[in-house]
Design a protein around this ligand. Structure first.
Ligand code: KG4
Ligand code: ZN
Length: 340
């Protein structure tokens, strides 16, 4: 079965063709640049950019995969959570195409897409596992009991991990999204130069909080008399990055130990961060967990992971119809869902 996966929940227009739930025949991602100067995604601009890009991106995904429209057996599309105007572009396109091709359409939870990056990267992944999902909008540790059955163990009480990178980047005059830029500029910086807070580190508490860290960085910039340059700038970035990574890795290890799972895995845009990838791999290995760290292109928003969730749903007899709707939150109205 070949599934076309479509993702338009935020600022990436993405499409991919996935064969048999495993083989990625193509994975095309177009990141919108229009938001760079605003310090965050401007929803109306984002929907408009999706509308302009979606046909080109889907056709490129088909061309890269070497298949025609009639070589697609089903369409999976992100329908929650996300910016409603953005989700509507992907879902409307997916429904129209499914109708024209007379193939099933299935709505996918974006966060489940991030969880599935580990399954795509490692099809033999042993469950149960604990997955750290950390993106621009979400930060949580999830127990994967089986594919499709999850339990959230800890979540952020305020900012998401990626949001912390983006907001601190804005304070420092960097453009959106700031995560990749902070990682690049922090290279060579001293991560111990500034003792930034790690919130809620009392044992047993699996939740995260990053807003205090952001405020601490703001005060430090004021103490320094403005945004510093050179080594002082690098040290500030490295210290901030390490504070985020420390909290993420520590809580993930606690969650995995509490659940007694054999495997730890990682997903979401911040999972592209090299320091996080390395620290998680080291700490997991030190505790005897096996670890799955998907390639970066599968961590940031993309259509392949959406197609993978769609394939898994269809395999279990789940499909939607043309009444499929969108939702800003994860608890979507399930209009049109059929389970056979
Ligand atoms: O999952 P994603 O692509 O979109 C959402 O679902 O939000 O995640 C985007 C987030 C942004 O906040 C971005 O700054 C962050 O992931 N990000 C990074 C890196 N690459 C992307 N944060 C830190 N280091 C990176 N290398
Ligand atoms: Zn995402």
């Amino acid at each position: 079965m070949r599934v076309l996966g479509i993702e338009t929940s935020c600022d990436e227009t993405a499409a991919a063709v996935l064969e048999d739930g495993r083989r990625i025949l193509s994975n095309v991602v177009a990141s919108q640049t229009i938001h760079a100067e605003y310090g965050g995604v401007v929803p109306e601009y984002a929907s408009r950019e999706h509308t302009g890009a979606i046909v080109t991106i889907v056709e490129r995904a088909l061309a890269d995969a070497g298949v025609e429209y009639d070589g697609i057996d089903a369409i999976a599309v992100t329908n929650r959570p996300g910016l409603v105007g953005c989700l509507l572009v992907g879902v409307s396109f997916a429904k129209a195409l499914a109708y024209a091709l007379d193939v099933p359409v299935v709505g996918v939870d974006h966060i489940e897409g991030h969880i599935f990056s580990s399954r795509l990267a490692e099809p033999e992944l042993v469950l149960p596992a604990v997955c750290l999902v950390v993106s621009g909008g979400h930060t949580e540790t999830v127990a994967i009991e089986e594919w499709g059955r999850y339990e959230t163990l800890g979540r952020t009480r305020d900012d998401a991990g990626g949001e912390a990178f983006d907001k601190v980047g804005k304070l420092l005059g960097l453009s959106y999204p700031a995560g990749p830029e902070i990682e690049r500029l922090a290279v060579g910086g001293d991560p111990t130069a500034h003792a930034f807070p790690r919130a809620m580190m009392e044992s047993g508490n699996l939740d995260f909080s990053f807003s205090g860290l952001k405020t601490a960085v703001r005060y430090r910039i004021e103490d320094l008399g403005g945004v510093p340059e050179g080594d002082v700038f690098r040290d500030l970035l490295a210290s901030f990055q390490t504070a985020v990574v420390d909290a993420l890795v520590t809580k993930t290890m606690w969650a995995a130990e509490e659940r007694g799972v054999p495997t730890v895995c990682l997903g979401g845009g911040v999972a592209a961060n090299g320091v996080l990838r390395q620290r998680l791999a080291e700490e997991a290995a030190a505790r005897g967990f096996s670890v799955v760290i998907p390639p970066k292109l599968l961590c940031t928003d993309n259509g392949a992971v959406i197609a993978a969730v769609g394939h898994s749903l269809l395999e279990r007899g789940v499909r939607d119809d043309l009444t499929l709707s969108v939702s800003a939150s994860r608890e979507a109205a399930r209009a049109g869902r059929h389970v056979s």
